[in-house]
Design a protein around this ligand. Sequence first.
Ligand code: ATP
Length: 235
Amino acid sequence: MLQLENVSLNYGSFRALDKVSLHAKQGELVVLLGANGAGKSSIFGTISGLHKAANGRIRFGDQDLVGQKPSRVVQHGVLHCPEGRKLFPGMSVLKNLMLGAYVHRRDRKGIQRTLEEVFAMFPILFDKKDDAAGSLSGGQQQMVAIGRALMGRPQALLLDEPSLGLAPLVVKQVFEVIQKINRAGTTVLLAEQNAYAALQIASRAYVIESGRIVMEGSRDELMNNDAVRRAYIGA
Ligand code: ATP
């Protein structure tokens, strides 16, 4: 279980997160809905050790993650797939993928096996493994970013806006892959503005506004909530 309890985060005098509490049980797919600037990336950065919470607790299994370096958080099995993908565009697809294993894995055979699993999930990446990552389409680059996170063998995967800037058909493919990863047992926390597609594959969701969780519920509760529909689904 990944659990945040009353987590606050300040950027200087600006309070970006205010007593955020949320959790994802093992194997759950939980969605974070929120407009631009609501604080979704700040939550992920705080979990993954990029930002240090001013208050509160972040637990993953029996580990307390607050104050741990990003490399330690990765070692505990929590992998962050950031908004904007953050690939190395001039490096090959294969090298970008291998970076996901570099921080904490030394088991060459295991790494090779995971690479084969990633190629099985994204056959197009096998075809393009020697191409520069920057030469791929947006959707393919998103697949590299997700594949790189999978190379770290995550127990929990934090996906920040994976559908950003992608064509609708590609968005559908990306969400299918996320669902598949989750069904294989990985806990997923998914931040999205594409609320409809995200809720389709979620079990539960939270709504964040100005750094505060303002609503939480099951997929069906949020799908049928008028305020959520108006603000995030547009129907
Ligand atoms: P987006 O999808 O646009 O990234 P978000 O929900 O992920 O939105 P955050 O990126 O977490 O939102 O930003 C939350 C708030 O914190 C915003 O008001 C943003 O301007 C501010 N913020 C984010 N990073 C910093 C920073 N390094 N320094 C100061 N303010 C920041």
